[in-house]
Design a protein around this ligand. Structure first.
Ligand code: NAI
Length: 412
């Protein structure tokens, strides 16, 4: 039995998303055999979120295929899963958390894996009829049912959520307008080349993309139609409004408990420790140290949430190595499968392949070093590109774009 396992109270993980589940598994793999409780606010067994804006929106029944672990996993690993329970306070002096129903759970160590929540736009309340934000399974099922009934769709935010929803809605034949405040789509998550490529794909499917505009005011009329007045004087009419304007870290518990919190998240070190040695934070909520980068960072993607959750779980028992991970994400829009590893854009972006063939790679160079790569329908090429990113390879742009260069040799 480990030292932590000798306490009656065990380890409590708040948040049953990918980071929380991976932390629980990481603890068990590291040999922790004491009490372990995973508390989730949603009523469902832990599930995967990336399909919510893809398969689940597209296909009835897909929601039955998104469990993060099979039914036996939690019992077999003696993980007590509390569902539909929201933790509303941390009583640090007594080392316990308070649940919404007033009950309390003691902890020896506490892991906050509370993730992010969608940023809400003024005038477009998530409760308003016809307005959708997408973060939970319930959100996705409601949106799927609504899209099936038809109507015009206005999507505010041309990021990953906005464009994945646009692809599903346009694929159903609905009239879609994307309203993006920045000068191009996917400005946070993709390079200009990838953004332009995706915008073109959407336009080919009939999606109207409006960049450099935002919603000044929103009004729903008696006929159910939303009228979004844009700051350029235009009005977009739609029965369905989807808002995907980014997320904010869910730091309210940590903040109320007096932990060190920045606007990017709960401040942690390279092992997930907060400024309270009994409390850790994992995944998207953590403003964390990554040994491969300078300073702290916040990452918003599944890859990081999974890797960081597992690392923090292990680090609770065996804090041997600092978190060091090159993260990335993927996105599916129509028949485009985009995969990004490392930085999504560089000082210089080098295209390898022909964009018009719908299969190419973009290398993102920072100071001449390959700091990231994006692959469109080119998974094998991305595997090689990842090696270049990991090795911080310094490869001239002319070699990267030359199809006769064997990148496997360069990466070796
Ligand atoms: P995002 O940051 O990717 O995109 C938000 C977009 O909204 C940006 O382009 C931004 O310029 C725009 N925007 C901000 N304020 C605006 C305003 N007032 N009016 C119009 N546009 C505005 O965030 P998004 O798409 O909401 O996704 C949220 C999170 O979901 C991501 O951080 C990610 O963690 C997760 N996600 C991951 C996916 C994946 O891995 N494939 C897919 C979908 C979502």
């Amino acid at each position: 039995m480990t030292e932590l396992g000798n306490h009656n109270a065990g380890i409590v993980i708040v948040g049953a998303g990918i980071a929380g589940v991976q932390a629980a598994e990481g603890l068990r793999k590291a040999g922790y055999d004491g009490a372990l409780t995973l508390v989730g606010a949603e009523p469902h067994m832990p599930y995967d979120r990336p399909p919510l804006s893809k398969e689940v929106l597209l296909r009835a029944g897909a929601e039955n295929t998104i469990a993060l672990r099979d039914e036996n996993f939690f019992a077999a690993n003696k993980i007590d899963v509390m569902l539909g329970k929201r933790v509303c306070a941390i009583e640090r002096p007594d080392r316990r958390v308070v649940l919404e129903d007033g009950s309390r759970l003691d902890y020896v160590k506490l892991v906050l894996a509370t993730g992010s929540r969608p940023r809400v736009l003024a005038g477009l309340s998530p409760q308003a009829p016809g307005v959708f934000y997408l973060r939970t399974l319930a959100d996705s099922l409601m949106l799927r049912a609504t899209l099936a009934r038809g109507g015009r769709v206005a999507i505010v935010g041309g990021g990953v959520i906005g464009l994945e929803v646009a692809a599903v809605a346009a694929g159903r034949g609905l009239a879609v307008t994307v309203i993006e405040a920045a000068s191009r789509v996917m400005a946070r998550a993709a390079s200009p080349v990838i953004g332009a490529y995706l915008a073109k794909r959407h336009q080919e499917h009939g999606v109207a993309i409006r960049c450099g505009v935002s919603v000044d005011s929103a009004r729903q009329d008696g006929d159910g139609c939303w009228r979004l007045a844009l700051n350029d004087g235009c009005v977009v009419e739609a029965e369905i409004v989807v808002v995907g304007v980014g997320v904010v870290p869910e730091t309210s518990l940590a903040g109320a408990a007096g932990l060190q919190v920045a606007k990017e998240g709960v401040v942690t070190d390279g092992f997930g420790r907060t400024d309270d040695s009994n409390i850790y934070a994992a995944g998207e909520v953590a403003y964390h140290v990554n040994g491969l980068e300078k300073g702290r960072q916040r990452q918003e993607n599944w890859h990081h949430a999974a890797a960081h959750g597992a690392h923090v779980g292990r680090a609770l028992i065996a804090p041997d190595t600092c978190y060091s991970e090159i993260c990335g994400y993927w996105s599916d829009q129509y028949d485009t499968h985009l995969m990004v590893s490392g930085l999504p854009a560089g000082d210089v972006d080098v295209v390898r392949g022909d964009v018009t063939t719908n299969r190419f790679v973009v290398f993102h160079l920072v100071g001449g070093v390959v700091a990231g790569a994006s692959a469109v329908n080119a998974a094998p090429e991305l595997r090689v590109a990842k090696l270049l990113v990991r090795n911080r390879a310094r490869v001239p742009a002319s070699e990267l774009q030359d199809p006769s260069t064997d990148l496997r040799k360069v990466a070796a």
